[in-house]
Design a protein around this ligand. Structure first.
Ligand code: KE4
Length: 428
């Protein structure tokens, strides 16, 4: 007897490419078929067959306070009473811009959009307009959404599906995207030497999440900042994932680096569609209607997304929020390492704050190449072993897992019990 998820997936396959609305959801890299989710509450989700899971995907990062947080639901319900969208200015979007500027001092002007892809696409356009240059530099394994220029050696779903970059991107455009390995200062210097004063922008995930979690090596971001400053290249920190995740002020607060432009998303929408790009006024004032760089959006600054985002930022700014989140995540990842060593399975975990990735390898994972050398087959088995025991990890080796404030000791205990059993099977 097929499960409800299986029945829904059959139908979805006849209606949507791969039966999904975003590739990484299709479970292609981990085997099996996607489960269809009926509801979420706190740290847990329940599928259409009534099975519950502790959720470490959290909608790929936005749900840092967990599913259906009562205060967020209440804020959304209140906003809904006044309407869903006006396509006009509202007080709430001004307030969200203010909160973002307070948290990110490098953001003197910000524009709200509807996705991380829109944010990075617009940031690149501003950088090219400001410099009059066309080439951009990105890092192998980093994913910045699906804008044409950025689908070159990208991470996340592109890496998950092993796609050799994406057909449909004009060669002339792809050739303007230079890629170098993350955490490789020599390759970075070489790229800036070869393309001296030709790079409009360098865009980076300051903590990579889309090759799995990979922290920057000491000095790497500083080197990037120095080279971009020296050559007049716009430094874009893509903090769609790390913004308000690894610290209230994102990776730029954690590592003390001021980029020229920052992109945000995920957490600032509290689970509703949102993105943002912002930075120094001299750059952002190039954006229409102040300047000539055009970017627009029907639902930008949408009252519902803004209401949810404002409430989440208020909750996570409360005293002790990040300390507790970090402590729970640390307990979890240390426990995973302990169970792997008990089963003598080659294993490493990269963690920054409450985002982490488990890799089945004995070597350090410091860039996309070393991430790809990890045993993705073992990761897939581990994922399935966890799933059948009620634990939902990201269905890809090249993604980050996330913890929310709704996760606590009970979730850690249940997860480590399941992980211990899944690891023991791997060890055979
Ligand atoms: P969206 O267009 O998906 O809102 O954001 C694109 C994006 C930009 N920058 C970073 C650092 C990102 O992580 C993302 C999107 N993240 C992926 C998960 N790694 C979204 C999940 C998916 O594609 O389904």
């Amino acid at each position: 007897m097929p499960s409800k998820s299986q029945e829904l997936f059959r139908k979805a396959l006849s209606l949507m490419p791969g039966g999904v609305n975003s590739p990484v959801r299709a479970f292609r890299a981990v085997g099996g078929e996607p489960i269809f989710i009926a509801s979420g509450k706190g740290s847990r989700i329940t599928d259409v067959d009534g099975k519950s899971y502790i959720d470490y995907v959290l909608s790929w990062g936005p749900l840092i306070v967990g599913h259906c947080h009562p205060e967020v639901v209440e804020a959304l319900a209140r906003a809904l009473q006044s309407g869903t969208s006006f396509g006009a200015s509202t007080a709430a979007e001004v307030e969200l811009a203010e909160r973002i500027q307070e948290a990110f001092p490098s953001i003197q002007r910000v524009r709200l959009v509807n996705s991380g892809t829109e944010a990075t696409m617009a940031a690149l356009r501003v950088a090219r307009a400001a410099t009059g240059r066309e080439k951009i530099l990105k890092f192998e394994g980093c994913y910045h959404g699906h804008a044409d220029s950025l689908l070159v050696k990208a991470g996340s779903g592109v890496a998950t599906l092993g796609l050799p970059d994406s057909p449909g991107v004009p060669r002339a455009l792809a050739e303007l995207t230079i890629t170098v390995p993350f955490n490789d200062p020599a390759a970075l210097e070489e790229a800036f030497r070869i393309h001296r004063h030709q790079l409009a922008a360098a865009i980076v995930e300051p903590v990579v999440g889309n090759a799995g979690c990979i922290p920057p090596r000491a000095g790497f971001l500083e080197k990037l900042r120095a080279l971009t400053a020296e050559q007049g290249t716009v430094l874009i920190f893509d903090e769609v994932m790390t913004g308000f995740r690894v610290a209230f002020g994102g990776a730029q607060q954690l590592y003390g680096i001021q980029p020229d432009l920052t992109t945000l998303g995920k957490i600032i929408g509290g689970g509703l569609p949102v993105g943002a790009y912002g930075g120094i006024a001299t750059l952002m004032d190039l954006v229409a209607p102040t300047g000539p760089v055009y970017q627009a959006g029907t639902l930008s600054g949408n009252p519902l997304a803004v209401a949810a985002g404002l409430k989440v930022l208020e909750i996570i700014h409360r005293r002790g929020f990040y300390e507790r989140l970090e402590a729970v995540t640390e307990k979890l990842t240390e426990g995973l390492k302990e169970r792997a060593s008990r089963c003598r399975v080659p294993f490493t975990v990269n963690r920054v704050g409450s985002m982490f990735t488990a890799f089945f390898t004995g070597e350090a994972v410091t860039d996309y190449s070393s991430a790809k050398r990890a045993d993705a087959g073992r990761f897939a088995k581990f994922f399935r072993g966890l799933l059948k025991r009620g634990i939902y990890f990201p269905p890809s080796q090249f993604e980050a897992a996330f913890v929310s404030s709704a996760h606590g000791d009970e979730e850690v205990k249940e997860t480590l019990r399941a992980a211990g059993k899944a690891m023991a099977i791997l060890a055979k």
